[in-house]
Write a protein that binds this ligand. Sequence first.
Ligand code: BGC
Length: 384
Amino acid sequence: MKYCFDALAIFGFAGLVGCANPEASKTEKTDSATVPNKGSYAQKVDEKQVELYELSNKNGLKISITNFGGRIVSFIVPDKAGKPTDIVLGYDSLNHFLHNKEAYFGALIGRYGNRIAKGSFQLEGKTYQLPINNAPNSLHGGPKGFHNQVWDAKLIDAQHLELQYMSKDGEEGYPGNLSAKVVYTLTDENALQIDYTATTDKATVVNLTNHAYFNLNGAGAATINDHLLQINADHFTPVDSTLIPIGVLAAVKGTAFDFTKAHAIGDSLGSKDIQMINGKGYDHNFALNRTAVPGLQTAATVYAPSTGIHMEVLTLEPGIQFYGGNFLDGTLVGKQAKPYAFRSAFCLETQHFPDAPNQKSFASTILLPGKTYSTQTVYKFSTK
Ligand code: BGC
């Protein structure tokens, strides 16, 4: 038995404390976090003003968000000793975001999060072709998706930031003028709540998410493989070698994808399962076990033993992409000149399933005129 766990109930919800095996727990904590400089974001992109906004709460949580891509640039939470820890990867300035090869750090993703096979789908008898930016597929709304657009921002107060973006008919190949709104709320219960809404004037497909890269030991710490992950999913959507779902739900039981009980991310990374080979590790959509009760349900929890930081992800969405940072390779240098090593971050992207516009058995992502797309995801923090 490699791991042990004790159930705890702190801050009003149950969590887990674990003792990871020595192999998995080589991560060190990073130095104390600093808030990014607003001046290094104040610049025009596409003739629109970009700024950096800060949300903070009474418990010392601080989130910096830029309206360039609606990106979470830094997310400072106190660790179990009270030390401020920046738990998201990113860069020190807007220029770095504009010119670096990792396009999605902290970003809002749209119009369609995840992949659409061969960048093509049919809607109301018409075929639409999207840019192929992840050959042979279209990924995360195309190269000039929502992550690379300047959103209109309104800082409502120190705990609410409202962002709006009007995506034009035909932009990145998608039909319909889509008016999207995202509200980031930092609550005094230490939760970042993200509310997404959108309306269209023509039938279209929509799948919005946030692509924060987390390391609960601090951005720049060596790995996330010691983090204890639990995903509330008995099934996942297996993929082909281009990461497009093959159209079935596979049971996680007895596989490297079984996170129904919390255990270290690194436990099964050596698995020869074809799905681990296709994903180069974890890069898969999990079909969440939703009860019939409507409303937010816990999708996943993550706990970093070194810092004691615990994150709970709650969502209204049917799926969550667990991406284990397989394409990070140490060549990207992020905030405070720290290089981002292989598997030194994880993403938990709440979503409808990848390629749903082409897969009839998946819940529909079609949005029609007169209807409102509306969804919510919450990342809630505590220490143990
Ligand atoms: C995808 C990965 C991709 C990453 C890019 C994830 O959502 O599933 O395949 O490399 O985004 O940041």
